[in-house]
Design a protein around this ligand. Structure first.
Ligand code: THU
Length: 132
């Protein structure tokens, strides 16, 4: 499964639209039904209008009927390890159980490191906070 997630993440990364930063990012999300959804960063000539790879993949998951991300394999250009930005951690939080979701960092050389979302976003604010 990890091999498939890495291949799909790298495939998405190749489809990124990153002509400005040249920093291509791909994400492959495994949902609670065992299905894979991909996305890439989409930059824009009006720079602030661009968005990250994670919301692209999350949107694909939700549109396909997925409810919960259980793994997200993020690939960047390397050699530095890519970690999801702060805003993306919060977006992933919306559709996951933080102790369950495994975030895996990779690059064309393979898998580099992994964490749970709870490790990357401790004491997070989430949907349960609004159930009062
Ligand atoms: N980027 C992502 O797609 N995900 C992240 O978590 C970090 C940053 C993108 C945004 C921008 O297109 C490029 O990487 C450089 O910041």
């Amino acid at each position: 499964m990890l091999d498939r997630l890495l291949a799909e993440s790298l495939r998405a990364r190749d489809l990124a639209h990153a002509p400005y930063s040249k920093y291509r990012v791909g994400v492959a999300i495994l949902d609670e039904q065992g299905r894979i959804h991909v996305g890439a960063n989409m930059e824009n000539a009006s720079f602030p209008q661009g968005w990250c790879a994670e919301p692209s993949a999350l949107t694909a998951m939700i549109m396909a009927g997925g409810k919960r991300a259980v793994a997200a394999l993020v690939t960047g250009p390397g050699p530095d390890i890519i970690t999801p930005c702060g805003g993306c951690r919060q977006k992933l939080r919306e559709f996951s159980v933080p102790e369950e979701l495994v975030i895996i960092a990779g690059d064309p050389g393979g898998i580099r490191q992994r964490w749970t979302l709870a490790e990357l976003l401790p004491l997070s604010f989430g949907p349960d906070h609004l159930k009062f």
